[in-house]
Design a protein around this ligand. Structure first.
Ligand code: AP5
Length: 212
């Protein structure tokens, strides 16, 4: 099974992808996390991606498609995987068609710009284990400390006003094309991403359970 989560920045893609990953024992593949790790390690990929990411612009399709092809070819993806942050452009969606899967379920997260800006302004992330928190809706047990690995939490460098604005604009122009693409394919499920995390997760699980 291939689960795809589409949605604007801050709509909760990573939060839900993590929960689905645990529930269905399939890996979450986040292109954003892969790129951030490459930036942190200073690899060739990281050097190429860093400027674009800081500005909230997309990294080029060829690079991203290459990353996904390599990652889904790994053994842990044999039973399925969740794509968080991919595809983001039409060429990325078309490239995915060359990677066969028995079932593909696509979720489109809908949320107002006002709400996502609020969420991103209060997001905290663990630089080590990648856990995501929110100082308002999902605070860590000990302030600024990861519940799981006890590392100090940080703000993402692209969670600033300018980059959020740019990421949202990019989503508006590219995201609608992708949504239309999957709507035509007939496997798109719209999700009200402004609801409570648990409520959204239940809806998603119900849809997945019916499809598998
Ligand atoms: P990426 O890391 O994918 O960022 P994004 O799409 O901007 O999405 P976010 O990670 O910001 O948000 P999210 O929807 O995962 O929300 P989250 O669950 O954290 O990409 C970063 C950059 O990498 C891109 O700008 C681009 O440069 C590059 N890139 C990545 N993929 C690419 C691709 N395919 N092609 C080209 N370039 C690519 O939740 C947000 C906050 O809200 C958290 O604090 C969370 O705790 C809270 N929250 C979540 N759900 C709820 C809820 N229901 N109620 C209340 N709070 C909630």
């Amino acid at each position: 099974m291939r689960v795809i989560i589409l949605g604007p920045p801050g709509s909760g893609k990573g939060t839900q992808a993590d929960l689905i990953s645990k529930e269905f024992s399939i890996p979450r593949i986040s292109t954003g996390d892969i790129l951030r790790e490459a930036v942190r390690e200073g690899t060739e990929l990281g050097k190429r991606a860093e400027e674009k990411m800081k500005k909230g612009e997309l990294v080029d399709d060829e690079t991203i498609i290459g990353i996904i092809k390599e990652r889904v070819g790994k053994d842990d993806c044999k039973e399925g995987y969740i794509l968080d942050g991919f595809p983001r452009t039409l060429p990325q969606a078309q490239a995915l068609e060359n990677i066969p899967t028995k079932k593909e379920i696509v979720f489109s997260f809908n949320i107002s710009k006002e709400e996502l800006v609020k969420r991103l302004a209060s997001r905290l992330v663990c630089p080590k284990c990648k856990a995501v928190y929110n100082s308002i809706s999902f605070p860590p047990r000990i302030p600024n400390t990861c519940d799981l690995c006890f590392s100090s939490l940080i703000r993402r460098s692209d969670d600033n006003e300018e980059s959020i604005e740019r990421r949202y604009k990019v989503w508006e122009s590219e995201g609608n094309v992708i949504i239309e693409y999957y709507a035509k394919k007939g496997n798109l499920h719209n999700i009200d991403a402004s609801l409570d995390t648990k409520v959204i997760f239940e809806q998603i699980c119900n849809i997945i359970d019916k499809k598998i």
